[in-house]
Write a protein that binds this ligand. Sequence first.
Ligand code: LLP
Length: 419
Amino acid sequence: MNHFEFRHGRLFAEDVDLVALADKIGTPFYCYSTATLERHYRVFASAFPPDTLIAYSVKANGNLAVLNTLARLGCGADVVSGGELKKALAAGIPAGKIVFSGVGKTGAELELGIRAGIHQFNVESEPELEALSKAARAAGATAPVAIRVNPDVDARTHAKISTGMAETKFGIPWKRAREAYARAAALPRLKVVGVDVHIGSQITELEPFEEAFARAAELIAQLRADGHDIARADLGGGLGVPYRAQDPEPPDPKAYGEMIARLTRGLNVSLILEPGRLIAANAGILVSRVIYVKQGDEKRFAVIDAGMNDLLRPALYGAHHAIVCVAPRPQDDTETYDVVGPVCETSDIFGTYDLPQLRSGDLVAVLTVGAYGAAMASAYNARTPAAEVLVNGDRWSVVRPKMSDDEFLGLDRLPPWLE
Ligand code: LLP
């Protein structure tokens, strides 16, 4: 469910006319809906007990305005770098609602988290335990620790976003978990508080989660028997969203919440969940203008002004995103187009679409790009990433402008010998 809909034949974001907005601010731009973000957060949060920490995964969409919108609802954050930690804090998310994940936290990042007083470190290796203990001693504080265990479960999602199998770099193998917890308990200035598991992203069935969470529940019992005070279970993110109308609907948050309630019944742990995509994906679209319609030998191409530098998912994962015309002319026939960006790579293609006849200057919208869209943008081909706009009812605001070519150029420096 989202708040992008056609009114009188034109696409609106809440009460904002996207044709008028594009004329005003230029294209391409990401457009996020406040109402959709809020709705997704509320639907997700209401599927869990009130003491659950919903730690939105900042990597999905770390725009300060998006984070601030969620912070006002009581949302926490899952961060994976010092940069994300600073963003979450700057957006008003209290440190006590922030968990820090990631395989490669540096000593400086760990210390930043400790000094901020975050809720929990999700530690992914034995060397990281040592580094965290050292950072805690340096800061004169105690670091709350959960160990991310790798449950060796196949999430049955795209290989590039699957994280819970033994061969991936993530977490500590679950068979070695008890040793790792013993080490954590023995190290100065660490306080063991929980268990963490995250098996991947865009997961569209409950079974892989269930397998992983059952393993985590078993481990919690063993760890308690070993004398650890396990009060929290962080079950990660990963619940998928529909990208194609014809795909089976992924389980809804309620079914996910019920499955988790069943598996954690009697465990007496408070839950932490780290949804990213589920909150943000459907709350964002990418509005772009057709530059040229070009007839090839075999195909007709619509070259649009957004490219793989703005939205990498199709090129990187072969991901599909629906595309619609923002203001289709009712009398026009449908034609088949390869919708492509201007970047000099064959993989700079969104896909093949049947769309009402396109002309140069027409607007299109790429859908379900609020998660891992702007967040993964680059300036490849010296194309600065698309602007980002947040809509709220009939109000809109540019929450990240597109950097100008001159600003971008100004980031480079000549070494003294070339000046
Ligand atoms: N927690 C951890 C530890 C994670 O690594 C991730 C995502 C999440 C939570 C949030 O997962 P979500 O609820 O969004 O599925 N760039 C890829 C997705 C990479 C996900 C990485 N980790 C894509 O565009 O599909």
